[in-house]
Design a protein around this ligand. Sequence first.
Ligand code: HEM
Length: 519
Amino acid sequence: MTVLNLSVPPTILLTGFFLFALQASNLFWRSRQTQRLPYPPGPRPVPFLGNIFNITKNATWLTYSRWANKYGDVLHMQVLSRHVVILNSAAAAVDLLEKRSRLYSDRPELTMLQLMGWGFNMTFMHYDDSRWRKYRRMLHQGFGPHGSIQFRPIQERQVHRLLCNLLASPQEFGSHLRTLAGSINLHAMYGQDVVEKNSYLVRLASHAVDTLSEEVFFSAQVLFALPWLKYVPEWFPGGGFKTLARKNRKVMETLQKDPIELVKKDMSKGIVNPCWTTELLEQMQTEPSSGLIEDDIKDVTATAFAGGIDTNESAIRTFLLAMVLYPDVQKRAQAEIALVVGSARLPNADDQPSLPYLSALCREVQRWHPPVPLGVSHAVSNDDVYRGYFIPKGAAVLTNIWAMSRDPKMYPDPDVFKPERFLTPDGELIEDSTFLSFGFGRRICPGRLMAESTIFLVVSNILSVFDIGKAKDERGVEVDVLEKYTTNGLMSQPIPFKCSIETRSAEAKALVLATRASH
Ligand code: HEM
């Protein structure tokens, strides 16, 4: 039996063994010492179950902000063997998710989302999943600095259509905003107009994301903490989350399959719709070396389609709410448009560099009420130590973007909507590119450039032709509006409110009507 190669001199073997033992004991002691470091502070756990009773259903980001005031900006919770670290300051998020991005770019195992059929979506994929790298590259090509410019004509056309819809039925602004967000995405991804036959796709995408904002968010936290619950049968008491997941899987299958089929059908008839899917399908055929397959295209286009609807809609609703509550900000923005663009045409994307107050206003919209207040959870792929605290491998790392955006040290008077906080004393937009609302590091939102230009176009176009104000009731009395937001999930947006949207002048009305020919 040859266990050892006896031709190696015993002294070398002994030395090797000694060095190995030393190294192993070193590692062992280092790891023991590291593990003896305390976890970051947080609410007191109960024996065995840890912080299970601290899992909350509502306004989680507000709860975490309160804890941050008590325990500090880096918090820790533990449920059985699962650890959760919550970052409540931009400084901590930058230190870990950006400066140590190699360690902090994974996602936790989100069993609930897998059960719901979101497994194709790169947002929830592990960092070492080869599909994530491929999809991220594709999204960078499609929506990076060069790619996102090609969508400008689509964005402008759909924003003009929004102006016409607001002119025709201003009281239905809520549904017009959803149509806008959906139609930009449907056009950009699949070259399709939102018409009767395919409006269900926008509804399905919104529904799928809305679902994430209800029971699922809570169930996802519970399943992260207690992963074995996934084996509970659907009929068993408490297994209701599985029914929800099964129904959602069907929605997700349709979302992946139907839109690409529409594009392929058009292509087979010789109709070429300029859009991202067409571009990718052509690339798949003409560049076999790209390694693209149809499943990749399905996955990545459906991801981008669903990712950009509710987020944009939330930001634009926040903008309208802010205009009702802060009329002086509205007047100052309109004065800037009048000075730079005039009243003979509508603003376009090329005007943005000359409109610093408007650009600051768009940033303030996302700071004041970030659409995804807790971001998307990262995970740490190895043990780490930060500020003397131990962060164990596999911990979920939550980014409390809400708390960061309301940090009075970074943003004095954080509750006030104040665009000038992003301007220098000379009225120039400040250089700072910290855009907390899009997340951090290697997982930062790849759709941010497109989202930013959509929001700028909507804000500048609406303010150039409409005045936003309080709605009046049947007795002519102004209806008060409250700054109230949904607080039950991944996304947050203003609860429905009323406002008046009136054209600013006959000239403004004529400008809106003149856009009809182009859409
Ligand atoms: C106002 C609009 C938007 C907001 C506020 C927003 C916000 C976010 C946030 C907070 C994240 C998580 C980042 C992190 O993990 O640290 C994210 C990721 C992501 N977003 Fe957006 N987003 C917006 C629009 C869009 C659009 C238009 C698209 C599609 C074109 C998109 C596609 C994605 C994707 C695919 C990811 C996952 C990236 C990854 O895991 O590598 N988003 N977004």
